[in-house]
Design a protein around this ligand. Sequence first.
Ligand SMILES: O=C1O[C@H](COP(=O)(O)O)[C@@H](O)[C@H](O)[C@H]1O
Length: 241
Amino acid sequence: MELHIAKDAQQLSENLAAWLSNYILEVLQEQERFTLVLSGGSTPKLLYTLLAKSPYNQMIPWEKIHFFWGDERAVPFEDARNNARMAFEVLLDKVGVLPEHIHVMRTDITPEVAAAEYEDILRHYFKNTETTFDLVLLGMGDDGHTLSLFPGTEVVHEKKAWVKAFFLPAQDMYRITLTAPIVNEAACVVFLATGEGKAMTLKNVIEGTFNAEQYPSQLIRPQDGELHWFVDEAAASAMEV
Ligand SMILES: O=C1O[C@H](COP(=O)(O)O)[C@@H](O)[C@H](O)[C@H]1O
C-alpha cells in the first residue's frame, strides 16, 4: 500500500489529478482503452472539477476512457444525491467522453434489476481479461464504509457476485454497489479521503486489526493490483506516520 499525504483537500486533489492523468497515459501506451470507476459522495467533486480543466481536459484522451461507477444511491438521476449526476455535472458533460463509454448504474428500474444488468455488462466486458478495471477510485465514509459496503450489512460478506442491490434502512434508500470481489481484481485501486471527521476511522482501517464488519474499507485489498491512499493531513492526523 502506498500512502500519499497532502496539506489540504485542494492540494490533495491537485496531486491526484496529476498522478491520475499520468497513470492513464502510461497505461494507454500499452492498451487501447482505459476502464475507470468513479466514486460518489462529496470528496471527489474537486478532483473531477480539476480534471475537466486545463491541462487535464487536453492531456487525457477522454474518448479512450470507459466509465463505470462504484456505487449508486437508488434515487432518480435528477436527485442531487445521485452519484452519477455529480460526475456528469462537473466532469463528463465538459470533456470529450463518448456517451457509449459511460456505464451508469440505472435508477429508472428496480435496484435488483439494475444490479443484475450491471453485473451482466461487467461479466461481458471483462470476459477475456486477467484483471477487471484499470483503476477504481474509492471514497471512505466517516463510518468506514466504501462503495455501498456499510458496516454491519450483508453485502460486506459477498464472495461471488460483482454487483448487489439492497435496502439501507438507516438512509431509507436502496443502494446498488460493486462488491469487494470485483474491486479486488482491479489493476489499481485509489482511495481518496479528506477531513478530520475521517481521522480515527482512517487510523483504524489502515493501522488497526482486520474487522471488515466494522470497517468495510479494509475489505479492499487488490490481489495483484496496486493500492493507493490519497489523504490530506487532517484525515491522516490520527495515524502514526
Ligand atoms: O455514500 C457514499 O459515501 C462514500 C463517501 O462519501 P464522502 O461524501 O464522505 O466523500 C462514497 O465513496 C460513496 O460513493 C457514496 O455512495
